[in-house]
Design a protein around this ligand. Structure first.
Ligand code: G3P
Ligand code: MG
Length: 352
C-alpha cells in the first residue's frame, strides 16, 4: 500500500458524490475519463456514491448498466436517483398516479406502493380524456393496464418519477386530478386553491440537462413549469403548492449523505448494507465520519448549488451542462476542472 492509500483510508476520511449525466455519461456513452476516475477511488478505497436527477429504472438495473458501460463495479447501494427518496412514501399513500416513462410502474411497485396507476392506464380507459395523445394503439396496449375501479376509487397522490413522453396528454391528466373532487377521476372541484385536491411530488426541477446532443435539453423542471403555469391559470392565479425532491434540495442531499455513510460502512465491513429502515425524508445524519465530501457535477444550478448549501466542497466539470464562460451566479464551485478525472486527482493531490 502506498503512503497515500494509508492516508486516505485512515486519517483523512473524505468521500465523493458523482453526478451521472454530463459527468460520467453523455446519453448512453461514457465520458472518456470516467472509468479511470472511479477505478482510482476503488483502488484506494475512498467511498463514493452516484447522485443523479435521472430516473425511470430500479437502482439495481441502473447499477448493472453503469457497471457495464463504465467497466467498473458499481453497487445498487451506491445509487441515488431522483426518485429513490420516494421509497419512503410507499406507506403513506394507497392509490398513486406514477407519472413518467412506462418503466416507472415497475419502479413504483418495487418501492412498495400498493396501488399504482400509470397515466397510460387513464388514456386507455377513455381516449377522450387526452384528445392530443401521441400514443399509437399498439403502444397503448403494450404499456397500459385495464383497471376496473379507475373511476370509483380515489387517487391519493401524484408522483412524477421521471420526464414523461407525451407532455400534452400527461399534463391534462395530472391537472384533472389536481383539480378533482377528492382525487376522483371524472370530477372537478368548485373551489380554487393553492392546495391541490391531492398532493403532487416532482422528483427533480432541472430546467436543463446534458445528453448526447451538443446543446442542453429541457428536463423535468421544464415539465413542472408547464404544470404549475396551467394549474395557476385554472385556479384564479393561485400558485400550486407542490413538493420537489432531487438535487438541489436539502432533503435529497440528506438522503444521499445517509447512503454515503452506509456505503463507507460496507466498504470497511462495518455493515452488509442492509439497514433495518430507510433514512426518513428530511432527517440529516446525526454524525458524519467525513471531514469533507466532494460533489462532482456539471450543473451549477443543481449539483453545485445543492452541495454548496449543504456544506460540501464542489468540483464543476466542463463535460456537460456548464460551458466555459457561462454565468453561474452565486454557485461558485470549490474548483472548476475539465472533467471528472481531473476533479478526482486534484482533490487527492490537494486534500489527501
Ligand atoms: O433527466 C436527467 C437529468 O435531469 C439530470 O441527470 O445525472 O445530471 O443529475 P444528472
Ligand atoms: Mg448532470
Amino acid at each position: 500500500m502506498t503512503p497515500r492509500r494509508a492516508l486516505c483510508t485512515a486519517s483523512k476520511p473524505i468521500g465523493f458524490v458523482f453526478d451521472i449525466d454530463g459527468v460520467l455519461l453523455r446519453g448512453k456513452n461514457p465520458i472518456p475519463s470516467a472509468s479511470k476516475a472511479l477505478s482510482l477511488l476503488n483502488d484506494i478505497k475512498i467511498p463514493y456514491i452516484l447522485l443523479t436527477n435521472g430516473g425511470g429504472k430500479l437502482e439495481t438495473e441502473r447499477a448493472k448498466a453503469l457497471s457495464r458501460t463504465l467497466n467498473v463495479e458499481i453497487s445498487p447501494l451506491q445509487i441515488v436517483q431522483c426518485h429513490t427518496p420516494f421509497k419512503t412514501l410507499a406507506n403513506k399513500f394507497d392509490r398513486v398516479l406514477a407519472v413518467g416513462t412506462p418503466s416507472v410502474r415497475e419502479v413504483a411497485e418495487a418501492y412498495g406502493f400498493k396501488d399504482v396507476v400509470h397515466q397510460y392506464d387513464i388514456v386507455r380507459y377513455n381516449k377522450n380524456i387526452t384528445p392530443f395523445s401521441a400514443l399509437s394503439r399498439e403502444q397503448l396496449m403494450q404499456y397500459s393496464k385495464e383497471i376496473s375501479n379507475l373511476d370509483t376509487k380515489r387517487f391519493d397522490a401524484i408522483l412524477v418519477f421521471n420526464d414523461p413522453l407525451n407532455w400534452a396528454a400527461d399534463i391534462q391528466i395530472m391537472c384533472d386530478l389536481l383539480n378533482s373532487q377528492n382525487g376522483m377521476l371524472n370530477t372537478v372541484r368548485k373551489d380554487k386553491s393553492e392546495t391541490p385536491s391531492i398532493p403532487i411530488f416532482f422528483s427533480n426541477k432541472d430546467l436543463l440537462w446534458s445528453n448526447a446532443y451538443n446543446l442542453n435539453r429541457f428536463g423535468q423542471g421544464a415539465f413542472r413549469l408547464l404544470v404549475r403555469k396551467l394549474y395557476c391559470e385554472t385556479n384564479n392565479g393561485k400558485p400550486l403548492i407542490d413538493f420537489v425532491t432531487g438535487k438541489p434540495t436539502k432533503l435529497t442531499y440528506d438522503f444521499a449523505h445517509h447512503l454515503l455513510i452506509r456505503w463507507r460502512d460496507v466498504l470497511f465491513q462495518h455493515s452488509d448494507g442492509s439497514p433495518a429502515t430507510l433514512p426518513e425524508l428530511g432527517i440529516a445524519p446525526k454524525n458524519s465520519p467525513f471531514t469533507d465530501v466532494f460533489m462532482v457535477g456539471d450543473n451549477p444550478a443543481s449539483d453545485i448549488a445543492g452541495a454548496i448549501n449543504y456544506g460540501w466542497s464542489t468540483c464543476l466539470v466542463k463535460t456537460g451542462v456548464y460551458r466555459e464562460g457561462d454565468c453561474i451566479g452565486e454557485n461558485n464551485p470549490t474548483m472548476t476542472v475539465s472533467d471528472v478525472h481531473e476533479a478526482v486527482t486534484n482533490v487527492l493531490n490537494r486534500y489527501v
